[in-house]
Design a protein around this ligand. Sequence first.
Ligand SMILES: Nc1ncnc2c1ncn2[C@@H]1O[C@H](COP(=O)(O)OP(=O)(O)O)[C@@H](O)[C@H]1O
Ligand SMILES: [Mg+2]
Length: 263
Amino acid sequence: MEEAVCVRNLSITFQSASGPLTVLSEFDLSIKRNEFVSLIGPSGCGKTTVLRCVANLIKPSAGEVEVNGMPPQEAVKRRQIGYVFQSATLLEWRNVLKNVLLPLELAGVNRKTAMLRAQAMIERVGLSGFTKHYPRQLSGGMQQRVAIARAMVMEPDIILMDEPFAALDEMTRDDMNQWLTEVFLATESTVLFVTHNIREAIQLSDRVVVMAARPGRIIKDFRVDFPRPRTGELLFSPEFTKLRQDAEESLYSAAHAMRKVAP
Ligand SMILES: Nc1ncnc2c1ncn2[C@@H]1O[C@H](COP(=O)(O)OP(=O)(O)O)[C@@H](O)[C@H]1O
Ligand SMILES: [Mg+2]
């Protein structure tokens, strides 16, 4: 089975104080195995809602979501989905090692195996020297790496990342992007990544999907074929710049379309 995530005809309607709010309508998205897809779009267009549906945190009002060919609920139960939230959401009272151990403990993995896996994952995110540190003793970038390690330690097939680097400065974000590319290439996972940063989206992804709002829908799906890792001169090449401008234009028109229909 080739598809890792398949969203068909998805609609989400929330009940709000001012009546029902349709956030997503007839939304379709499919992501192949080992594909890296970024979602960009104006604030409030429903990006997080899409992720939450895939992770079984919200039930569709209509339509279907399949993860590895099964209902999201089943995929979550089999621990096939990893979720990295916008803020690191680490447990303050647990050190790095214990934060990364948490999902293994919850899954009942035996202590020795759990330790080995947690330590290997911490090494992969470049934090071997920090296992005994507490979240408050780490920089934002390091905290996010711990959160990513925690999401990946169960070796999920599918990783959902919601603006994971939004709070980082440009330099740190660059490092994190390169690092994430390495991890992606090494683990053959499937990634659905939300960002506001177009350059980041192009640098990381096989596809950049642009959403418009009210209701949330896809207005453009850009394929990105540059070889990885995407660093150095490529980022300033005419091809990269062109794609960046095209994506920026559709993002602009998405935001503009939203303003026109807003009350
Ligand atoms: N549980 C909820 N109840 C009511 N409205 C919600 C809920 N979750 C999200 N929304 C609304 O749905 C819209 C899309 O939200 P979200 O998916 O978080 O957007 P994005 O991540 O693209 O910024 C927003 O208008 C938000 O206020
Ligand atoms: Mg969001």
